[in-house]
Ligand binder design. Sequence first.
Ligand SMILES: [Zn+2]
Length: 280
Amino acid sequence: MNILTFDIEEWFHCDFISDSSTWQNYEVRIHNATDKILQALDNRNLKSTFFVLGWITEKYPEVVKKIHAEGHEIACHSYIHELVHRMNPDSFRKDTEHALKITEDIIGEKIKIYRAPAFSITEQTPWAFEILAELGIEYDCSVLPSSSHDYGGFPSFGECLPSIIEVNGYRIKEFPINTVSLMGKQMIFSGGGFFRLFPYFLIHKWAKESNYVMSYFHPRDFDYEQPMLPQLPLMRKFKSYVGLKNSYPKLIKWVTDFELMSVGEAAKKTDWSKAKIISL
Ligand SMILES: [Zn+2]
């Protein structure tokens, strides 16, 4: 099962340092960068899941309307792009509720799928699943079943497969990110900076060998003319800008070489009666 998803946010949302009040000073690149993705999918007649940032929906509703009009699945990527483990239950609930309301009003449908910024739902924030379920979210894609990531990591999750998370009587179906074991470390390869960094033949090989792949991309992953944020720490800068020149041809290969589906389609194809239940 190979899932295709996109997180719709601006080029500067890779920064978790600056205050959101500075965002208005930055160049707007979301329209062209999103169009590039839509074009690649249209050429292959592919439908995928788009996790839209509420801040984007509010500022540029036309972006979300266009994605929706082209038949893609709309999901939620929070409102303000804050890491979940920097929030408390109350602020997380408010952020999610706000994002859902704005986006649901634009598309006229209930949103049932969520992904936290930077896979930041961890073992320390089990309350997040409970709140998501209370807000009508049925599927979550926020878990990285490993500890080797900047902002996320859920090492006790176990194997990277669709699973059911149970918290205080609430259940949520989880589609985690997948990893490959490399020199003793669990590495992501099917999205973001990792997809840009690794050579395509390796990504292709690892994906062929996996029976579950969650691919995730951002408009900025294919926008090689984007400015560089000076305030990013060196490692983050490298991860945010490495391989930008060749990433769009890689995406075209990715959508050509694999049979890819949206989260909604994957949910229908999963036999949930056989899925692992993780009680928190
Ligand atoms: Zn994001």
